[in-house]
Design a protein around this ligand. Sequence first.
Ligand SMILES: [Fe+2]
Ligand SMILES: [Fe+2]
Length: 134
Amino acid sequence: MPLFEWTPRLSVGVDKIDAEHRCIGELLNELNKLQNKPSHHGECVQLIDGLIVQIRSHFSTEERYFTEYEYENADEHRVEHERLLAQLDKSRQEIKCGECAGLKLARYLHVWLTTHILVADKAYVEFFRRMNIR
Ligand SMILES: [Fe+2]
Ligand SMILES: [Fe+2]
């Protein structure tokens, strides 16, 4: 069973953002699946690097909208993004140093992503709708 499963309740009503959330979710599933394979360290590091690129790019998408449309809760939302990126940098360092913590990271990110979409991202849905962003 995949770790991340897309459901309509995760939608924020903006196609580009939904697609990015799904893409991050798919990468989490790959990272999770990889852990059943022996000697997967190299692949694991590669996947995590790809995941970080995807997450950074997704945060930039949201933050560009925040700036362009002067979203009122942008600052606190950005703080959540920055905290996760700092955490990811730390995890990436640990993984490079030997121990493959891919499974732990996949599970952590799954909880983080789902909670973040349902709380912080959902909080801009009404505002984005008013601004006609879709
Ligand atoms: Fe966000
Ligand atoms: Fe998001």
